[in-house]
Design a binder for this molecule. Structure first.
Ligand SMILES: [Zn+2]
Length: 106
């Protein structure tokens, strides 16, 4: 099991219970790239991280992303700009697809 330490501010649930007021497992967030450790094997599962009470809601809101992207968004002060950038990249992709359809088939 991963030590219960906030992935953003590194506060430790074992020494800072005030930062982890909820039942401990409620502070564990699973991201889109979560992969459980194969049965009985020791080690850290990918895509599951602990968050203190200050970072828990933001982590849950980003849990549809892979871990590294969610952490980047959470540690970036311009979080909204980063999300907007992601959306505009999707629109550009659509435009490329649209121009391809105009090409003659013969
Ligand atoms: Zn934290």
């Amino acid at each position: 099991m991963i030590p219960p330490i906030c992935a953003v501010c590194f506060r430790d649930a074992r020494s800072d219970r005030a930062a982890f007021p909820r039942p401990l497992l409620e502070h564990l967030v699973y991201f889109s790239d979560y992969e459980p450790v194969p049965g009985g094997m020791p080690g850290q599962p990918q895509g599951a991280l602990w968050f203190c009470v200050d970072h828990l809601e933001a982590a849950k809101a980003s849990s549809d992303l892979p871990t590294h992207r969610a952490l980047l968004l959470m540690s970036s002060p311009s979080r909204r700009t980063a999300v907007r950038g992601r959306r505009s990249m999707r629109q550009d992709k659509g435009r490329v697809d649209g121009s391809g359809e105009e090409r003659p088939a013969w």
